[in-house]
Design a protein around this ligand. Structure first.
Ligand code: ADP
Length: 143
């Protein structure tokens, strides 16, 4: 069976993406793996939680289109064969969606960045921590 690697990407964080490039490229060469880039667009409750005073909720379809475009651009920064590179843009809660896709692909490996560079208090961000804790496959955390 084809080896599949899931690479969750936060499209708003370019520095995090830079850190994973060499690792993804190196892992992709093992058994000609398929690379599945995934970005998750947070759903409406996320925006609602920002406060009731927020009247103009963003259009989720517009957000999804933008995220999809950005992910495609980001994927071009990785030197990978076109026929083994896939992009997925899904609405949901990042940690749940990443774990769900890891299961359904199914992924042989997840490659994820630890946390945003400006967050120095935690060794692992909340999404990365949930993926490490609950994934059923190996997880490579890039720091
Ligand atoms: P922080 O809270 O410091 O941003 P996170 O755990 O949210 O830490 O992010 C670490 C990694 O989790 C990101 O580099 C990315 O791989 C993954 N991730 C976070 N948010 C998303 C998202 N919306 N879509 C896909 N992956 C994400």
């Amino acid at each position: 069976m084809t080896r599949k690697i899931l690479v969750p990407i936060d499209v708003s964080e370019t520095e995090l993406t830079q850190k994973v490039i060499t690792w993804v490229e190196a892992q992709s060469r093992i058994d000609d793996a398929e690379i599945h880039f995934l970005t998750v667009v947070p759903v409406l409750p996320y925006y609602m939680s920002l406060g009731q005073g927020m009247v103009d909720l963003p259009d989720i379809h517009q957000l999804k289109n933008r995220a999809e475009k950005k992910l495609t651009e980001i994927a071009t920064q990785f030197s990978l064969p076109e026929d083994r590179k896939f992009t997925h843009c899904v609405e949901g809660a990042p940690r749940d969606t990443i774990l769900e896709m890891a299961k359904t692909l199914p992924a042989d490996l997840v490659i994820i960045s630890s946390h945003r560079p400006d967050i120095t208090t935690y060794l692992l961000g909340s999404n990365a921590a949930a993926v490490v804790r609950h994934a059923e496959c190996p997880v490579l955390v890039i720091r």
